[in-house]
Write a protein that binds this ligand. Structure first.
Ligand SMILES: Cc1cc2nc3c(=O)[nH]c(=O)nc-3n(C[C@H](O)[C@H](O)[C@H](O)COP(=O)(O)OP(=O)(O)OC[C@H]3O[C@@H](n4cnc5c(N)ncnc54)[C@H](O)[C@@H]3O)c2cc1C
Length: 757
């Protein structure tokens, strides 16, 4: 996360976590630039390293061997990671449009999004062929190809369109793996056949004759039928149609031919080449706009055009990072010239590879071992992250090129800040940020944001009671938009747990000091996320207070209505009822592990996904199934909240540790001793456990104390309703819902809870 002591002066935004940007992130991690905030926008959390992809398909590597964890790498680099897809660039206002969040402003932006298969020119290709790019999607399709083969009887034909290095390598890797899978299942591998189609007369047209000869021999020996001079003109379901009108049947068709630039780049006004790739100069700045950089497959160096290959994308990482750093300091950029010849190590799937460099070509099992060593060493740089350098500068501008007004704001941002009302965020900044929001309006809000006053005035319908709650917490992730969503969802949880309908909320926030434009954007992003969740819940944002502070923080005082006769209270449990939990636990340990670089990106993704699920429908469902006792599991953890229920209800309870749903990775991080700072306080409640000695060695034991953010509902329901209730909750999208125990009569023992192991 950003250091709270350094105001943000400039934003460098990286679009795409490709091979160049991973190098940029690593460079900035090792050479931090105070005052410069890095943001990575990428639709994937784990980005594949293309050099090892054929080895992964062949089954020589596992998923994490061949993927770079962008969430971890960004955390290591102190960069914000926005998991999203860029879909546009508004260069006039210097904002990036994304598919699932408000626009992201930038001072400098760099694009490294790889290439997109150009399938639209071939009829049916988009519907019936599997593109190998983007590789992340191919990964999923690969799993379904494996499943397809498993369920298939009789001959199985695989066609690959494109016989460049990627197509040839992929064909051989797939053949090796699929045959192995069939043998392992005791089935005949010879029912598999492979067909490689190429429009040109040669396979591997950009490589030398020796390399081509090697591959022609390997393909022949492996029984792959090569169709050169065969242009595929259209694709139908399960067949390819060539230019000469021939039909070739195929159970799976893979598309590995020439790719182009993403369609949205056409609307950016950036100069593109004939394939839609961005034209860049020697400094990697686009030809059109010096504040927009590009690298990797998506960029074409106008003065040094090269083949689209990962090796060039990797090499561009360092000069790109240096030039971004120089540009932000207002210094002259340095030109970069890519090498003319490059070493390609192309594998044949069976732990054998062919080396190709200019006119040189040689092959062997040792070449594969060499490739494997190079690739693993490359991946180590991103997966085994070294210690970071310290910041030493005292200059509030940190060498960043600022105009006069910005320089003044930078000095003021690090100067002593006022407390009391002086700590409020300036009204212009606030109103500019808040004016962009569109909170819902309700008839029962008499005075709210639509008619701002000293306080909001709301009506309570006759016969209804008002429910009040408040929550507030520091940001636990560097994405203000998602943080805003989680904070709002968490705050509404208390209302829903009572069975109330949310009506109105006031926000209280602190934002770190900094340039006005940066503060305004953080307020806007955070509140945009929050308002989205409040609006979804029918809850009107009616006011708030925003102050300056060291760290980003947000909370809500939320109000709701309830029919006093239908309240689900903590004290409503009855012996004989069954305990239901609607969401998995583990957010505390996972978000303790994240800044320590000990949580995988996909674990954090899953935790965030769970935190964004509203408890609203779950509460209704529990109520409909007879629940009179419900609470949302938050800071005190599952056990703490359960004890809060058993005490006023005058009952005991049994928890089945093995049935408690747990977020991916949470058991792993908790059992390696990475726990929330609140855990020790929660663990004091172990005195409520009757059989503590027996339970303590269970892998889920630490998780009963794990504090949750936006956790699920814990409720007791009549035993005869429990199964139906779980089914209904799952159908509503609470897929991890589980029966985790039961309510028992209060016994003689002082400890009310038994943990079944
Ligand atoms: C089977 C196969 C094998 C290959 N083997 C080799 C090899 O051994 N050596 C070699 O040098 N080259 C190889 N290549 C070529 C290589 O894959 C590419 O040249 C390389 O991946 C390009 O890297 P990149 O950084 O430009 O983009 P990519 O690696 O494609 O990365 C782009 C990233 O940007 C993200 N992204 C895309 N669009 C958006 C968006 N709109 N918003 C946010 N994020 C976005 C993607 O999710 C991805 O994480 C191979 C290709 C294939 C198909």
């Amino acid at each position: 996360m950003e250091s709270p002591d350094q105001p943000v002066l400039r934003d460098i935004v990286l679009i795409g976590g490709g091979h160049s940007h991973v190098g940029v992130l690593r460079h900035f991690a090792m050479n931090p630039m105070p005052g410069v905030r890095l943001t990575l926008i990428c639709r994937d959390t784990h980005t594949p390293y293309s050099g090892m992809l054929p080895g992964y398909i062949a089954g020589h590597y596992g998923y994490d061997d061949v993927h770079i964890d962008l969430s971890k790498l960004a955390e290591f680099a102190g960069a914000r990671f926005y998991r999203d897809e860029a879909v546009g660039l508004d260069r006039t206002n210097k904002r990036i449009q994304c598919r699932g969040r408000p626009d992201v402003p930038y001072d400098l932006v760099s694009i490294n999004i790889g290439s997109t298969p150009q399938m639209q020119s071939v009829t049916g290709a988009a519907d019936h062929a599997v593109p190998v790019k983007p590789i992340h999607r191919f990964n999923h399709r690969w799993e379904s190809i494996l499943a397809h083969l498993e369920g298939h009887e009789g001959p199985f034909r695989v066609a690959v369109v494109g016989a460049g290095a990627g197509g040839v390598e992929l064909t051989l890797a797939m053949q090796y793996r699929l045959r192995k899978e069939l043998v392992a299942r005791g089935r005949d591998p010879d029912r598999l056949s492979f067909h490689l189609f190429n429009s040109s007369p040669q396979i591997l047209p950009t490589h030398n004759a020796t390399v081509r000869q090697h591959f022609r021999r390997v393909l022949r020996e492996r029984g792959v039928e090569v169709h050169t001079n065969t242009r595929v003109e259209s694709i139908e379901q399960r067949s390819l149609v060539t230019a000469s009108g021939d039909h070739h049947e195929a159970d799976e068709i893979l598309w590995v031919t020439q790719a182009g630039g993403a369609e949205w780049l056409g609307n950016t006004g950036l100069a593109l080449d004939e394939h839609g790739f961005i034209l860049v100069g020697d400094t990697l700045q686009t030809e059109t706009d010096p504040e927009v950089f590009a690298a990797g497959d998506i960029a074409t160096m106008a003065n040094h055009p090269r083949e689209k290959a990962g090796v060039f994308a990797v090499r561009q990482g360092k000069p790109l990072a240096r030039n971004l750093a120089r540009a932000v300091r207002g210094k002259a950029l340095k030109p970069y010239r890519p090498q003319k010849q490059w070493l390609a190590l192309i594998s044949t799937g069976d732990q054998y590879a062919v080396a190709s460099r200019g006119p040189i070509g040689f092959a062997g099992a040792w070449v594969w071992r060499w490739k494997d060593w190079i690739d693993r060493r490359f991946m180590e740089k991103f997966n085994e992250l070294p210690a970071m350098a310290e910041d030493s500068t005292e200059d509030p501008s940190h060498g960043v090129a600022l105009n006069k007004e910005e320089a003044q704001q930078a000095i003021s941002a690090v100067a002593m800040r006022c407390g009391g009302c002086g700590a409020k965020v300036g009204s212009t900044v606030l109103s500019r940020a808040l004016n962009q929001l569109q909170p819902i309006e309700r008839d029962d809000i008499l005075v709210g944001l639509h008619a701002p006053d000293d306080a909001a005035v709301v009506k309570v319908p006759p016969g209804m009671a008002m429910v009040h709650t408040v929550d507030f917490f520091r940001a636990f992730l560097d994405d203000p938009y998602v943080f805003g969503q989680v904070a709002a969802n968490h705050s509404l949880g208390d209302l829903f747990a009572m069975g109330a309908e949310a009506q109105s909320a006031t926000a209280v926030a602190t934002v770190p000091y900094g340039l006005e434009s940066k503060t305004e954007d953080v307020v806007y992003q955070m509140m945009a996320g929050a308002v989205e969740v409040l609006n979804d819940a029918g809850c009107a944002l009616v006011g708030g207070h925003t102050g300056e502070g060291r760290e980003l923080a947000l909370g809500f005082a939320a109000n709701g209505f309830i029919d006093p006769d239908t309240v689900m209270s903590k004290g409503g449990m009855r012996a004989g009822e069954v305990l239901i939990l609607t969401k998995p636990v583990g957010t505390g340990t996972l978000f303790a592990a994240h800044p320590r670089l000990s949580a995988r990106g996909r674990w954090i993704d899953a935790a965030l996904e769970s935190m964004l699920v509203s408890n609203r429908l779950a509460a209704q469902c529990l109520h409909e199934h007879g629940s009179k006792a419900c609470t949302d599991v938050t800071g005190f953890g599952l056990l703490g909240h359960l004890v809060e229920m058993t005490r006023p209800s005058g009952v005991d309870a049994e928890l089945d540790l093995g049935s408690i749903p747990v977020l991916p990775g949470a058991e792993e991080t908790a059992n390696s001793g990475i726990l929330s700072s609140l855990q020790p306080a929660n663990v004091r409640l172990r005195r409520a456990i009757r059989n503590q000695e027996e339970a303590v060695s269970h892998p889920r034991y630490p998780l009963v104390f794990d504090p949750q953010t936006a956790g699920g509902l814990l409720a007791s329901v009549p035993a005869d309703q429990a199964e139906a209730c779980v089914r209904a909750l799952k159908a509503l999208g609470y897929t991890e819902t589980a029966i985790i125990g039961r309510v028992t009569e209060q016994g003689e023992a002082l400890e009310p809870i038994v943990l079944n192991t």
